[in-house]
Write a protein that binds this ligand. Sequence first.
Ligand SMILES: Nc1ncnc2c1ncn2[C@@H]1O[C@H](COP(=O)(O)OP(=O)(O)O)[C@@H](O)[C@H]1O
Ligand SMILES: O=C(CO)[C@@H](O)[C@@H](O)COP(=O)(O)O
Length: 551
Amino acid sequence: MNVDNERYVVGVDFGTLSGRAVVVRVADGAEAGSAVHEYAHRVIEDRLPGTGARLGADWALQSPQDWREVLRNAVPQALAVSGVSASQVIGIGTDFTACTVLPATAQGLPLCELPELRGRPHAWPKLWKHHSAQPYADRINALAERRGESWLPRYGGRISSEWEFAKGLQVLEEDPEVYGRAERWIEAADWIVWELTGVESRNVCTAGYKGIHQDGAYPGDDFLAELNPAFAGFAGKLGRELSPLGGLAGRLTARAAGWTGLPEGLAVAVGNVDAHVTAVAADAVRSGQMVAIMGTSTCHVMPSDRLAEVPGMCGVVRDGIVPGLWGYEAGQSGVGDIFAWFVETSVPASYSREAGSRGITVHEYLTELAAAQKVGAHGLVALDWHNGNRSVLVDHDLSGMVVGQTLATRPEDTYRALIEATAFGARVIVEAFEAAGVPVEEFVVAGGLLRNRFLMQVYADVLRRPLSVIGSGQGPALGSAIHAAVAAGAYRDVTAAAAAMGKRTEAAYVPDAGRADAYDRLYAEYRDLHDHFADGALLHRLRAIRNEGAA
Ligand SMILES: Nc1ncnc2c1ncn2[C@@H]1O[C@H](COP(=O)(O)OP(=O)(O)O)[C@@H](O)[C@H]1O
Ligand SMILES: O=C(CO)[C@@H](O)[C@@H](O)COP(=O)(O)O
């Protein structure tokens, strides 16, 4: 085919630290070019930009301007690298971390961009891993349980502090003026689409998982008023009309065309979540295909034809991954982040020097040393709760630990134990689904941690099942591009587009029976430790002492 006649779509993935754009051929999903733009403010955790106001413990904010800069930089760069001309592009799609949520005016202006509110922490977007809303989530959960709210089992019995209602209640009670000024409480996933199209839309995915929208409704005003009378009406700040995934949200405005270098009037897909679009990129949209997107954190998403209540799952939402099926989500709040923490805080200079002199990263060096060990030889078992627990305990005030250390314990031992702990955490999730009668037929891995082959093998051994792997290093961005192709009318629906444009290799890693047996023993210890600390009694006390010390 003549390349000039080919049609392309652009997918943009807004991650935790950066945004990536990829230019993708509509016919087969071939990636013609991509570019990354790092956020200037990265994650705002200590002080507000500009004013320097101090943030509290477990705060995590982002800057909307950083997101616009992705549109202005990564999109035109990806286009330039691809050699594709703007006139060949028929659509753009986006995905975001979630629940990353912001207060805005009725025109979509983020409150933190109003000069008089710039210095108010609650006027800024709260990143998914802003965990200081935990007390508010606790209150929502306790009241929902007491009242027997019908939506609670759809979230495995507890909603997360990461979500829209917990973060919204936090704003109301900690800064009522900002709350009052917020005419909209909007996921960044929808806000960016508003920036592109000039039209407000709300996607069914974030509304369902993060916004507690079930069976056509948000939690009622009587429930919200019981939390705080002023919280009644909160749902009025959210969108009532929801748009389906793969739908057309609107057309690219002249302003956004100027930023991106793409044609005005281009089809813009409905917003979506990084994890959920990745299932499409891996062409894993059939019932029982669980996709683990493994990066700083891990999200597990799985379409299924059956509805069940899985304890501790993040949620089950009709049409939440792909129209026509129930979409399940579970997750681990810390995975790569835990390895990064270890590398940054716990490795002697001699290791960094050795890695540096060999031209490899400290992660790679530690992995090489750890991989040479036999299963269990380090004598350790760890709990992967350094960033709390999103499934199955749903408690972000839990914390991590490594048990079994002696004076002989080496950094590679601990690094390996941390990798194994995250694999055990994944096994707890898979077992929870199967025990609830939702079969996991295939385990598909996507995300940055695919680069670590040893880690993948640990997961195959611990899970005692083959791992399929996505055929793209740009899973979310490719998934967004696929949604763009559907929004532009190139495919009948998301499933057809995924079949043509998505990629994965089945059984890329297979378990070794001997290692799997050895891991069963360690997993039993992990379960013991997990269940012992699950009620949070000791870990919550430690957190309270820490918070008092930090105040
Ligand atoms: N060789 C490695 N082995 C294990 N983890 C790694 C390795 N290299 C980087 N990481 C971790 O991978 C994470 C980044 O994953 P990535 O998917 O690129 O990011 P994101 O989740 O933001 O999309 C970081 O948390 C980092 O600690
Ligand atoms: O929670 C979700 C999706 O529901 C993710 O957006 C969140 O964990 C962030 O993922 P990343 O670590 O940026 O891949």
